[in-house]
Design a protein around this ligand. Structure first.
Ligand code: 5GP
Ligand code: ZN
Length: 136
């Protein structure tokens, strides 16, 4: 896609620190890392988000993440990572080309995820009813 930063990176029009590349997938260091080694993994073809991504591409991406992530975390002497997917603008997606974030984690790095709160009386059941009826 013409105006997409990540398509430009795929085409080599914008430079990146390439971690891994094959015919279908590109992984490169995030320009503004949450932690050292923060890597973005993208399909070379343009899909806006997870819901547009064909299942076969999703399978390929997961397979590559399983290959790349151990190297990423070992390379920065980490033992764990978060695999983040911001789907849609309101969820924090800034670049409209599907991508997964591999974020290496370190003890006490302060990057805790959001905090939950328990459902109120009957709330879970009411929500569940609506969701279940919408699954096609
Ligand atoms: P999002 O918020 O869409 O889930 O994440 C987009 C990520 O892309 C951000 O973490 C941001 O730092 C990264 N990013 C944006 N532009 C560029 C770029 O030109 N090069 C690289 N390497 N990363 C970028
Ligand atoms: Zn794109």
């Amino acid at each position: 896609m013409e105006d997409c930063i990540f398509c430009k990176i795929v085409k080599g029009e914008i430079p990146c620190h390439k971690v891994y590349e094959d015919d279908d997938v590109l992984a490169f260091l995030d320009i503004s890392p949450v932690n050292p080694g923060h890597t973005l993994v993208i399909p070379k073809r343009h899909y806006a988000d997870l819901l547009e991504l064909p299942e076969v591409e999703a399978q390929t991406l997961i397979a590559r993440i399983k290959k790349i992530a151990p190297a990423v975390i070992s390379g920065v002497e980490s033992k764990a990572f978060n695999l983040n997917l911001n789907n849609g603008k309101i969820a924090g997606q800034e670049v409209g080309h599907f991508h997964w974030h591999i974020v290496p984690r370190f003890e006490g790095d302060g990057r805790e995820l959001w905090h939950g709160r328990p459902y109120g009386e009957g709330e879970a059941e009411a929500i569940l009813e609506k969701i279940k009826n919408l699954i096609k």
